[in-house]
Ligand binder design. Sequence first.
Ligand code: BTN
Length: 305
Amino acid sequence: MTKARAENTLLNSLHNLNGKTRLQREGSNLKLSSVTMAKHQLDNRLIAEEITRELKTKIVGSNVITLEQTTSTMEIAKKLAHTSFKNGTVIFAEEQTKGRGRSDHAWSCPKYKGLLFTLLLKHNMQPDHLCLLTGTMAVSITETIRETLQLHAEIKWPNDILIGGKKVGGVLVELEKGLKKQSIFLIGIGINVNLTEEDFPRQTRLPATSLAIENKELINRISLAQALLQDIDKWYSILRNDHYRYITDRWREFCVTIGEKLTITDCGKEYTGKVIDISNNGGLMMKLENGEIKIFRGEHATIKY
Ligand code: BTN
């Protein structure tokens, strides 16, 4: 059977079952029949032309590539960085076999249920502003979730996006030298969109959730992708124009880490203290137990759980 015919057959049988496909909600639990999920997935595939349709951005999403399966969009982006690619290209994948997160952690997400992409930016930035780029992305994701879904997303410095203390997304920024040694930033973003509770492994580093679980309804990933690319474009233009203050102000507003007492690992050493602020270039400012004020940079430091 051809792919188109198989999809048609599935759609017809879904039509016949229409009466049984409503979402069932039980407390905070999102329970979906496999038919509901299959129909939604079929109707809501990430298609490049649909994502770019009516996208009003200057740079981000100038070219959109959608892949059914890949190892990691970071790997594809790395290869693309050595070609004459269009600045602002975004590579989405429906499934990754070797998805990765910060500090060499794996990042996995069931097929058709997440937003997994890498954005390539040709950007000449001072190396100590790399953390600011992570923050710019975290601000965009948080703002998009808050404004489009009215969910109370927050940032755990530097790159975790949480809802109610549970991880819903993350940012991974890598630097690659492209043609003529130009700096290319590879910005990997992973968001748990339509996962149900059964989709999460029992043990994760941080408790995890999805937008659909929090929203108690499945989410249109295409609309979310468009809203997010637009918001990233807006914040990236603020960064390009050196208005760092706007970014750090918004970051502070969204950041759950300020005021927390925690232990941070930096270049193999542990520091305990209270977080007092986010510095002007996106570092975490802490008052250590000995009274010393120290700023940690996101590329080196990880918060201990
Ligand atoms: C983190 O929270 O540690 C960052 C997660 C980043 C995951 C995304 S998914 C798309 C892109 N491809 C990858 O392999 N990783 C990033």
